[in-house]
Design a protein. Structure first.
Length: 353
């Protein structure tokens, strides 16, 4: 789901590239705005008070790498597994061309609240082995489960008070893990979805079509290009593939991930979750439908705590003015919204007593 921004940016180079560019729509939520290099110095600085220990763990024959962040408390306490969004994302929740820094900032906030955490490089990213393009959604769930067991075994962590937090695709992975009986104390879903992946991709395409620059929208109208229909056709092509990786519009894409994502419906798994869940969505999210909070609330009943932050975008930053993907390069310079961090800390504290 992450290449929406990349695909859209290519349209402006000529209508002939619309098909190739938009074939990438939905390739993962977290790579949007790839190519951005504007980062603040503050965002790159490490918190001097952090106690971090590098760890590695095995999953399906691959060695993945991550880091455990610990508070200074001597007694065993709660901990949170942090799962990033889709794409080749490192332990800090960043793409190599866009430093979102989401999971690192959450880890820092948790540590200052006396809560340990583990975050890790996804397959093919950072120090983790494997090939991102050949990795399916269910592989990502297996990797997260292995990371979860690694965190539970860490010194200073109470294995009965370990939570799972996921952002974007990570929220989907969290739902799958909890539904399959991972012994977690609870789950935290940031920018979540609660409908089949194919429906999410279609919804994303509709939002992207309305967010294109005026000049691009003019070209699409001039050449009678139906962007949403084009995207739908590309998704059908992906459904017809049988390999892990396929070519679409001249680009290599993670075809198996797409097939698994399009058929997976988190709503069915929500029915099987028995632990408390916090779900936080943004009113200006153009990649995960904020209205899905209602589905999460309905499916989980009193086990769910839902929070809608009206001016929050998918990358967990506030966004003035109309919702848009095009301001990500500016938005990401600012830290993760404090309302999101506060909601996480208060909920974990209330459920880890």
């Amino acid at each position: 789901m992450s290449k929406i921004g990349t695909g859209v940016s290519e349209i402006g180079t000529g209508v002939s590239k619309v098909g190739a560019g938009m074939s990438k729509v939905g390739a993962g939520m977290s790579e949007i705005g790839a190519g951005v290099s504007e980062m603040s110095t503050a965002a790159n600085e490490r918190d001097a008070g952090l106690t971090e220990v590098d760890v590695s763990f095995a999953s399906q024959g691959f060695t993945l790498a991550g880091v455990v962040t610990r508070p200074s408390a001597s007694e065993a306490g709660p901990a949170v597994l942090l799962i990033s969004g889709s794409g080749p994302i490192d332990r800090d929740g960043s793409h190599k061309r866009l430093r979102l820094d989401i999971t690192r900032q959450i880890a820092v906030a948790l540590r200052h609240a006396g809560i340990a955490s583990l975050r890790y490089d996804k397959r093919g990213a950072g120090a983790s082995r494997g090939d991102f393009l050949a990795t399916g959604l269910h592989d990502n769930v297996a990797d997260a489960r292995a990371a979860f067991e690694t965190l539970r075994a860490q010194p200073g962590v109470d294995p009965e008070r370990v939570f799972v937090l996921g952002h974007s695709e990570g929220a989907i992975i969290t739902v799958a893990m909890l539904a399959d009986g991972a012994p977690a104390a609870g789950g935290i879903l940031l920018s979540p979805t609660a409908r089949p992946g194919a429906d999410v991709l279609r919804w994303q395409a509709e939002q992207v079509a309305g967010d294109l620059p005026p000049a691009v929208r003019f070209l699409l109208r001039l050449f009678r290009v139906d962007l949403v229909a084009k995207v739908a056709r590309n998704h059908e092509k992906l459904r017809a593939t049988t390999t892990d990786v396929a070519r679409l519009g001249g680009a290599r894409v993670n075809a198996r991930w797409f097939r698994e994502f399009m058929t997976y419906d988190p709503a069915t798994d929500l029915d099987r979750i028995k632990v408390p869940v916090l779900a936080v969505a943004g009113g200006k999210d153009l990649q995960a439908p904020p209205g899905d909070l209602a589905v999460i609330r309905d499916r989980l009943g009193d086990r769910a705590t839902t929070v809608l932050v009206d001016d929050l975008s998918h990358i967990l930053r506030s966004q003035p003015g109309p919702a848009t993907l095009r301001s990500y390069r500016r938005d990401v310079i600012r830290p993760v919204d404090s309302r999101v961090l506060s909601a996480i800390l208060e909920w974990v504290a209330a459920h880890s007593r």
